[in-house]
Write a protein that binds this ligand. Structure first.
Ligand code: SF4
Ligand code: SF4
Length: 392
């Protein structure tokens, strides 16, 4: 493939590397592009990545594993899309995804990316865990299998297999049961939603996942889907319609907010919680939902809410987007985005860092431990805060 054949050949050169996109919208820091924050080198910034991509497509530099890692270190957090002042900004992440697509086509990928995609193809999840284990998170809870109830709860790979995220998935299911919601899960028949596969540039595998999932949901009669993860929410809401999937999709914070407004959940109380909230990129910047999680926290008596300096569209990504939760090209340093974000949360004086994404939950939980803040700052999913509020 030459640059001339690249979908964005006419626009990729428009980045003039001003560096604005390293900042958040509110200018509060110069480290809001996660790979740049981690490595502090221009080649890992958005502009550097675009220039390297262009040079590679133009045959001015050769493919190396390091070049591929620079391309795959983008977490697709969309900070650059929102911050870049030029009109081509809407396509910045699309350019990165398209360039990754060229790498997928050529078969030259970082080993971790190859493994990630292989696992999803073989097992339906990036962990390489058996499909049969997928529903075990709900063992002995009494969660029904989906058979036409009003809502299908889609838990996703992280909530199904990661032991920390499983706890939050159980909290969500328990809340829905206690609120009398008619819902079920697919258990071992659930498969990866494909959001990260799409972002990693494997459009063929994404198409297979989307088509199979849509067919499965249609066969069961599902029309309303509640997703535990904002990544799945993004894929199902924004991409599945291209493959004939026209479902009503809710992120679970939107759904819980509705239950609170309808009086199905009430009398929430969590004394002595000073909470700050980390906006997940795929709920916030990708889908502009900033209010629902905050409205839930406001409904809990005893909660004192405090914002981080970088919040909503200015939030720093935890570093787990675009497949980096598994391929982990940004970890292993005090400059990792998750550790930076943990420190930002701690500086607010909060004793709880609330999240609304299983990937953010695991990333920030680990980061708080690495920062030795675990006894002063607890990382809790909003579902876990609501269940604590119901239990008091
Ligand atoms: S993407 Fe936009 S903001 Fe970022 S360096 Fe290029 S021109 Fe500047
Ligand atoms: S999407 Fe996020 S990680 Fe990727 S280049 Fe833009 S700011 Fe950096």
């Amino acid at each position: 493939m030459s640059l001339a054949d690249f979908k964005y050949a006419d626009t990729i050169h428009r980045c003039f590397r001003c560096g604005y996109c390293k900042f958040p919208v509110n200018w509060k820091d110069v480290n809001n592009c996660p790979p740049y924050a981690r490595f502090r080198m221009e080649s890992y910034s958005c502009g550097g990545r675009l220039w390297l991509t262009r040079a590679w497509l133009n045959d001015q530099i050769k493919w190396t594993e390091h070049l591929a890692e620079i391309l795959y270190s983008c977490t697709t957090c969309k900070n650059c899309v929102i911050k870049c002042p030029l009109r081509f900004n809407v396509d910045i992440v699309n350019m990165v995804i398209a360039a990754r697509g060229e790498m997928v086509e050529s078969g030259r990928l970082p080993q971790a990316v190859k493994k990630f995609l292989e696992n999803i193809e073989l097992y339906g999840n990036p962990y390489g865990e058996s499909r049969a284990k997928r529903g075990e998170w709900a063992n002995r809870m009494g969660v029904e299998k989906y058979h036409g109830q009003e809502y299908l709860l889609y838990v996703g790979c992280t909530g199904s297999y990661d032991t920390r995220a499983q706890k939050a998935a159980r909290a969500l299911a328990e809340i829905m049961m206690r609120a009398g919601v008619s819902f079920g899960v697919l258990g071992p028949e659930e498969t990866c939603d494909g959001n990260e596969v799409y972002k990693l540039g494997e459009s063929g595998l994404f198409e297979v996942l989307a088509e199979n999932n849509i067919q499965k949901y249609k066969n069961t009669g599902a029309q309303k889907i509640v997703t535990f993860s904002p990544h799945a929410y993004n894929a199902m809401k924004n991409y599945y319609h291209e493959y004939g999937g026209s479902f009503e999709v809710f992120h679970y914070t939107q759904f819980l907010h509705g239950l609170i407004e309808n009086g199905k959940i009430n009398n929430l109380r969590c004394p002595n919680m000073k909470i700050t909230f980390h906006d997940p990129c795929f709920l916030g910047r990708w889908n502009e939902e900033y209010e629902a999680p905050r409205a839930i926290l406001r409904a809990v008596e005893g909660v004192e809410f405090t914002e981080m300096g970088k919040n909503k569209e200015s939030a720093l990504c935890c570093g787990g987007g675009g497949g980096n939760f598994q391929i982990d090209l940004l970890g292993g340093s005090e400059n990792s985005p998750a550790r930076r974000r943990a420190r930002e949360a701690y500086e607010t004086g909060a004793n709880v860092l609330a999240v609304a994404c299983p990937k953010c939950l695991v990333m920030l939980n680990d980061a708080v431990e690495s920062e030795e803040l675990a006894n002063r700052l607890e990382v809790l999913d909003i579902s876990e805060i609501v269940i604590k509020g119901l239990n008091i």
